[in-house]
Ligand binder design. Structure first.
Ligand SMILES: C=C(O[C@@H]1C=C(C(=O)O)C=C[C@H]1O)C(=O)O
Length: 365
């Protein structure tokens, strides 16, 4: 054998030995997780056991990213541990995660990015159906889109929080890449119709006007539905993501056609319990104010005086009456923090209504 062949064989033997150690350690870790499940069940007999601990998972992933020695990037290493934790949690309790479907949507991709692939992901036809699935207990958690960097807030999600008892338990961001895709069997046919979701058409408007001007654009309920139709109907194409292309066997004619290169959608994890502090958290509230001069100043001044950073403020028409508004506010910190607790007491004094939507770990992946 040549020197290179001898060296290759030595390295492969070393990799085999390391793989055995990794497998042994992951198995030992999984057995620990099983023991943790028993401890959780014994801690509060007869009460709901929340096996999924968002704050703990965020701490694990953040520590992995911060202590990663390379050569893999911190993101890559955290994604590997995300899947290990997902498998460990599934040993404790298989998580049922409802998401805005159908299968193949960006929301499903966000759900799998946040929870890992060892969950049972359940597609629902609309955002309110996702809320209802979690409220009823049919799903442990839900994943819904809340804002896009190009198109702004998803109002249906914000409006659901006005009436739902659910809490925000986490957040996850996804870079959104849109592709123009067709069925391979129709690849040589002229495209006379393009299917996609309204948000996707809006995020690719300039590209379409430049490269596919004049072709009919038909809005459908989701990108996955667009891909399904393009797979079945000759002369049609879809704008959708990688998951939909793979799911429906479509070929990409043009990739990453979104107008803004940083096109990102933020998703919320909704659940039935409040999340303890992880050390790197944010909070969300809904506040309705009397419609009088200085109302907005009265609402925002306490954030300044208590040194709390706002990360998002949106207004929505209040269901209670004409021209009354509800403010949807995200800010840094956890509601258990002393300064945040004082802030919310002050806001509560000024507001007509204050609804605490939840405190949750800042997204890690
Ligand atoms: C092991 C636990 O249960 C779950 C699994 C975790 C893990 O694999 O690290 C972390 C948090 C929980 O979602 C735990 O609560 O510590």
């Amino acid at each position: 054998m040549s020197d290179e062949q001898i060296r290759l064989a030595e390295l492969r033997d070393e990799i085999d030995q390391i793989d055995q150690q990794i497998m042994d350690l992951i198995s030992a870790r999984a057995r620990c997780a099983q023991e943790v499940a028993h401890v959780k069940m014994g801690a509060n007999p007869g009460q709901d056991v929340f096996f999924y601990r968002p704050e703990r998972e965020a701490q694990v992933l953040r520590r992995i990213k911060d202590s990663n020695p390379g050569p893999l990037s911190g993101e890559e290493m955290a994604r590997l541990f995300r899947e290990i934790m997902s498998a460990c949690l599934a040993l404790e309790k298989p998580m049922h995660i409802a998401f805005l479907g159908p299968i193949g949507t960006f929301t499903q991709a966000a759900a799998l990015k946040h929870f890992g692939h060892s969950v049972v992901s359940v597609p629902l036809p609309a955002i309110d159906a996702v809320f209802r699935e979690v409220e009823s207990g049919a799903a442990h958690y839900g994943v819904v889109p809340v804002e896009n960097s190009t198109e702004g807030m998803i109002n249906h999600t914000l409006d659901m929080f006005m009436s739902s008892p659910l809490k925000i338990c986490g957040e996850v961001q996804l870079r959104i890449h849109h592709h123009l895709m067709v069925s391979p069997k129709n690849k040589d046919q002229e495209i006379t119709r393009i299917y996609s979701h309204q948000q996707s058409f809006a995020q690719c408007r300039q590209w379409l006007d430049t490269h596919r001007y004049g072709i009919e654009r038909v809005t459908v309920s989701s990108n996955a539905e667009a891909a399904r139709r393009a797979a079945e109907e000759p002369g049609t194409a879809a704008i959708a993501g990688d998951m939909a292309a793979e799911l429906y066997g479509l070929e990409k004619l043009a990739t990453s056609i979104e107008d803004r290169p940083d096109n990102t959608t933020r998703f919320l994890i909704i659940g039935r319990e409040e999340v303890p502090a992880s050390g790197h958290d944010k909070s969300s509230i809904l506040v309705s104010m009397r419609n009088k001069p200085g109302a907005l100043y009265q609402l925002l001044e306490p954030f300044h005086s208590h040194g709390i950073s706002l990360t998002r403020i949106e207004t929505r028409p209040s269901p209670s009456g004409t021209w009354a508004y509800v403010f949807y506010i995200d800010f840094e910190g956890h509601m258990e923090d002393e300064q945040v607790s004082k802030l919310l007491a002050k806001v509560d004094d000024e507001a007509v209504e204050l609804k605490r939507l939840g405190s949750y770990p800042i997204g890690v992946l």
